[in-house]
Design a protein around this ligand. Structure first.
Ligand code: PNS
Length: 203
């Protein structure tokens, strides 16, 4: 059997513990694993490409057969350019399957020699996604245990006003916070809070 080089493509905005779990699993079975961060010009990511590259490089520094790179355009073409013969993707729950199957079959149509391999992250991460992490963090909520510490720190730095507001609310330091029965409404992107409809929290 030939040693297999694999590509693990994704947005990683931000990298989660689920991503890291999958990278560690992949690193054990593939000769080489390239984590390819999509440079997506349409979406406006929370973390710049440079930030995601830096975070993933730090998080995988202990894995000698893992390389972090960025790519744009068709994933299959990038895979070919780095001599990857396998694509690694994670499946957390049945809900992931339909999208992943569609993508794998489209990629097979585009490049029949490229095989997609699915792996499952640890079940404790089965509900963790970058989108939900962003949502929780944008509301100043705790993401400990969902993302590595360096990512948690970066989220805190980026969303400092949201975390400060959340902490002040928790500590009852926001005037009227305890007396308002209505849910607080504030909308990302921070630091601009939309005015709260209750009239207490945000003025
Ligand atoms: O982490 P994500 O956002 O689920 O990753 C999706 C990703 C980057 C793997 C996918 O969007 C992709 O491969 N994009 C590159 C463009 C491409 O090749 N599209 C055809 C996919 S069938």
């Amino acid at each position: 059997m030939k040693p297999v080089s694999a590509l693990y493509p994704g947005s990683f905005d931000p990298p989660t513990n689920g991503h890291l779990d999958l990278i560690e699993r992949g690193a054990k079975i593939f000769e080489e694993l390239v984590v390819g961060i999509l440079r997506n010009t349409e979406k406006s990511p929370m973390f710049s490409l440079a930030e995601r590259l830096e975070m993933l490089k730090t998080l995988t520094a202990h894995l000698k057969n893992v390389r972090i790179e960025a790519f744009h355009g068709l994933m299959v073409e990038y895979a070919k350019s780095i001599d990857a013969t396998c694509v690694l993707r994670g499946i957390r729950a049945v809900s992931d399957y339909e999208y992943e199957l569609q993508m794998a079959l489209m990629n097979r149509k585009l490049e029949p020699t490229l095989e997609t391999v699915f792996m499952m992250p640890a079940d404790k991460y089965s509900y963790v996604s970058s989108r939900l992490v962003r949502e929780v963090a944008q509301a100043g909520g705790p993401v400990k245990g969902l993302v590595p510490e360096v990512v948690e720190q970066k989220l805190r730095e980026k969303l400092e006003p949201a975390y400060r507001f959340h902490d002040e609310m928790q500590e009852g330091r926001v005037p009227g916070a305890k007396t308002c029965a209505k849910p607080i409404s504030y909308a990302p992107p921070y630091p601009q809070f939309a005015p709260c409809p209750c009239g207490y929290h945000c003025g």
